[in-house]
Design a protein around this ligand. Structure first.
Ligand SMILES: Nc1ncnc2c1ncn2[C@@H]1O[C@H](COP(=O)(O)OP(=O)(O)OP(=O)(O)O)[C@@H](O)[C@H]1O
Ligand SMILES: [Mg+2]
Length: 399
C-alpha cells in the first residue's frame, strides 16, 4: 500500500460563525484516486480549497508528506487544480495554452552544504524542453495534431482535455479536480471518465476528485469519501460504500435502496414486518432497532405462496436491462429490479438471500429515505392523463 501523502486532521471551516466543515479527518495516499462525493453544499469544494491552499481552515491542520502546511500558499504546494470553469486563453492556440505555465520562470533556491539558503535564481526551461513536454501531454490527452488549433475551435470535451493537459504539464504530485466533467453531455462524460482514469494511472499522479454524481464516483475511484452537511459520512472503496453503507444517508445516496425498520433478534437474524430473515450481520444488541437496506437487484420474485413476503405490484417501468417494479408490502413500497415481467395488480412473493440484506445502526437519517411511494406516484401521474397535481387543483378552487 502506497504511503500517506496528505492528511486533514480535525479540519473545521466556519464562515461568519456558521460551520460548513465539521472536524474533517481524512488521509490521501500517494497515487490514489480519491473522490469527495455528496450533495450540493455539503462542503466538497471547501475541502478541496483547503487542500489546495486557497482557504485556511478555521481550526485543524493540513499535512503534506508529514509536514504541516496550513500557512503554505497555493503556488508553493505540489498541487495543481482543474476548476469546473476552466479558463483557457482564447487568443492562444492549444500548444501555447498548455505551454503557458512552463514559460513562467521558476525561482530556484541555492543552498550551501548545510542546506541553508544562500541565494535565489530564476530558471527558464529551454524551447526544446517546453516543446517536448507539451507534445508529451498532447499524446497523453489524445490531442496530437491539434496543437495549432485555437481553443474556440474545439469541442467542450477537447477544451476540457486541454485544461487537464495544462494542469498536468507542470508534473504536479497531486491534481485537484472540481466537477471537471460537469459541463459535458453523458456520452462524452463517460469517455472522459475512462480517459482521466487512464491518465492518472499512466502518470502515477494522486487525484482528488469532486463530484455529486455517484455513478462517476463508483466508476473512477480507489476511495470514495461520502459527505453530507459538512461531515464525512463514510470512507471506503466503491464496493464497501455500495455493499456496506454505514447509514441510511449513504445507502440512499449511493444507488437505489429499500430501507426498512428492523429489529435485530440475534446474530444473523433480523426481523422485518414481524418476519425473521437470515442475514450476515452480527454484533448488535439483542432486540436492537436497526435500519435494513435491501438493494432492488437482490430481491427474487417467486410465486406468492412461496414468498417470505407477499405483496401487490403497483407500477412497472421497462428500463432496457430490467423492469423497475414497485411492489406494495403491507403499505410500504419497494423498488425491485427484475427481468421477470409482473403486471400491475398481480400478487407476488419475494425471497432475499442472507447476503442481500444489510443491517445498519439507527442514525439521524433513519426514517428519511428508502420508501418508494413517491416514485410510484410519479409513474401513476404520468400514466393518468387526467391527473391534476395538488397545487394546481388548489389554485383552481381559489378562482
Ligand atoms: N466564502 C464563503 N462564505 C460563506 N459561505 C461559504 C463560502 N464558501 C462556501 N460557503 C458555504 O459552505 C457550504 C459548503 O460549500 P461548498 O462550496 O464546499 O459546497 P459543495 O459541496 O462544493 O457544493 P456544490 O456541489 O454545490 O458545488 C455551503 O453552504 C456554502 O454556501
Ligand atoms: Mg462545489
Amino acid at each position: 500500500m502506497a504511503k500517506e501523502l496528505i492528511r486533514l486532521s480535525d479540519c473545521t471551516m466556519s464562515f461568519d460563525g456558521e460551520v460548513v466543515l465539521d472536524k474533517i479527518n481524512l488521509y490521501i495516499r500517494d497515487k490514489e484516486f480519491l473522490t469527495l462525493l455528496g450533495p450540493s453544499g455539503c462542503g466538497k469544494t471547501t475541502t478541496l480549497r483547503i487542500i489546495g491552499g486557497f482557504q485556511t481552515p478555521t481550526a485543524g491542520d493540513v499535512f503534506f508528506d508529514g509536514v504541516r502546511i496550513n500557512a503554505v500558499p497555493p503556488h508553493k504546494r505540489a498541487v495543481n487544480t482543474v476548476f469546473q470553469k476552466y479558463a483557457l486563453f482564447p487568443h492562444l492556440n492549444v500548444f501555447e495554452n498548455i505551454a503557458f505555465g512552463l514559460r513562467i520562470p521558476k525561482t530556484v533556491e541555492e543552498r550551501n552544504a548545510d542546506g541553508k539558503v544562500t541565494g535565489r535564481r530564476k530558471e527558464k526551461l529551454s524551447e526544446q524542453e517546453i516543446e517536448e513536454r507539451v507534445m508529451e501531454m498532447l499524446r497523453v490527452v489524445n490531442l496530437k495534431g491539434f496543437e495549432k488549433r485555437r481553443v474556440n475551435q474545439l469541442s467542450g470535451g477537447q477544451q476540457q482535455r486541454v485544461a487537464i493537459a495544462r494542469a498536468l504539464v507542470n508534473r504536479p504530485k497531486v491534481l485537484l479536480l472540481d466537477e471537471p466533467l460537469g459541463a459535458l453531455d453523458l456520452k462524452l462524460r463517460k469517455d472522459m471518465q475512462s480517459e482521466l482514469k487512464r491518465i492518472q494511472q499512466a502518470m502515477g499522479i494522486t487525484f482528488i476528485y469532486v463530484t455529486h454524481d455517484q455513478e462517476e464516483a463508483l466508476a473512477m475511484s480507489d476511495t470514495v469519501v461520502v459527505m453530507d452537511q459538512g461531515k464525512i459520512q463514510q470512507i471506503g472503496t466503491p464496493e464497501d460504500i455500495y455493499n456496506e453503507p454505514k447509514n441510511a444517508f449513504v445507502a440512499d445516496f449511493i444507488g437505489e435502496s429499500n430501507i426498512l425498520d428492523g429489529i435485530m433478534r440475534a446474530d444473523g437474524v433480523v426481523e422485518i414486518f414481524n418476519r425473521r430473515f437470515a442475514c450476515l450481520d452480527k454484533g448488535f444488541e439483542k432486540d436492537e432497532p436497526v435500519d435494513v437496506v435491501i438493494r432492488p437487484e437482490d430481491v427474487d420474485i417467486v410465486p406468492e405462496d412461496q414468498g417470505q413476503l407477499k405483496g401487490t405490484v403497483t407500477a412497472v417501468t421497462f428500463k432496457g436491462v430490467h423492469y423497475d417494479t414497485i411492489v406494495d408490502f403491507y403499505g410500504f413500497k419497494w423498488l425491485i429490479q427484475t427481468t421477470d415481467f409482473c403486471p400491475v395488480d398481480s400478487r407476488i412473493g419475494i425471497k432475499i438471500d442472507p447476503d442481500g440484506i444489510h443491517v445498519m445502526k439507527k442514525s439521524q437519517y433513519s426514517g428519511l429515505f428508502g420508501d418508494y411511494s413517491s416514485y410510484s406516484e410519479e409513474y401513476d401521474e404520468i400514466s393518468d392523463a387526467d391527473y391534476v397535481p395538488e397545487e394546481e387543483e388548489g389554485e383552481s378552487h381559489e378562482e
